[in-house]
Design a protein around this ligand. Structure first.
Ligand code: PGA
Length: 240
């Protein structure tokens, strides 16, 4: 794993943009694996700005997102499909029909996992962008998730519900389950870019970089990936 330590969130987002642009410019039909959360927001703002100022086009790109809450769809402003439209897709020229995310309102959850998993088989990510949870999760793969997991439904860990409650009116509104790509779907990406900022991620980053590779720290599997880049700010990287 290549580690790039930068000063702050702004620099992290700037460096991340360079990595994404290299992929997109090398292959205009790239499959972009995307993530939600606060961490990639700066990157997405920079992609939008670069699209506007420099004309980088995503018209031929496809996007696959990591995860979605069970029970929410685009009609909810807390859903990840809504998040992606508002924070990235409507600001670049990607075609919405080429963007994919599990359907949180799918009536048959197991069938939805199978559908999404088959889709990922067809759309191998040229790059997968990731954040990391304070407990070392990636996407909604919580500690203890099998390294060979594929798309599945998870019961969210209490720490994740608490971390995410800041985005809801109250903790009771945070969904308890989510659809998520599995760890093997993530590892299948040709390139992985994991971003982390802030003190709250420092322990997770220590475990990711220096700890044992083990299922209690889902992100640790990334050390086995042949092309993984970690970009973290000083606070998140303070123990490494
Ligand atoms: P965050 O979430 O970017 O909002 O910190 C990251 C994650 O939980 O994967």
């Amino acid at each position: 794993m290549k580690v790039i330590k930068v000063k702050n969130y702004e620099e992290m987002s700037e460096e991340a943009l360079k990595v994404v642009l290299e992929v997109v410019k090398g292959n205009e039909g790239s499959v972009l694996g995307l993530a939600t959360g606060s961490t990639p927001l700066g990157l997405y703002a920079k992609m939008a700005q670069d699209h506007k100022e420099n004309g980088t086009s995503y018209a031929e790109c496809r996007a696959v997102n990591l995860d979605e809450y069970v029970g929410l769809d685009a009609s909810s402003d807390q859903s990840y499909v809504y998040f992606m439209r508002e924070n990235l897709f409507k600001h670049i020229d990607i075609k919405l029909e080429n963007t994919h995310i599990p359907n949180g309102k799918a009536p048959d959850k197991n069938a939805e996992c199978a559908r999404y998993n088959a889709l990922l088989g067809e759309l191998r990510q040229d790059i997968q962008v990731l954040g990391i949870g304070s407990n070392g999760h990636i996407a909604f793969n919580e500690p203890g998730t099998a390294f060979d997991s594929v798309t599945h439904i998870v019961d969210l860990a209490e720490s994740t519900i608490k971390d995410n409650s800041r985005l809801f009116n109250s903790i009771d509104e945070v969904p308890r389950q989510a659809f998520t790509m599995g760890l093997s779907n993530i590892m299948n990406a040709k390139k992985i870019l994991i971003l982390a900022n802030g003190e709250g991620k420092a322990n997770a980053i220590r475990e990711l970089v220096l700890g044992e590779i083990r299922e209690e720290v889902p992100a640790s599997i990334l050390r086995n990936h042949p092309d993984c880049i970690l970009i973290c700010d000083e606070s998140a990287g303070k123990y490494i």
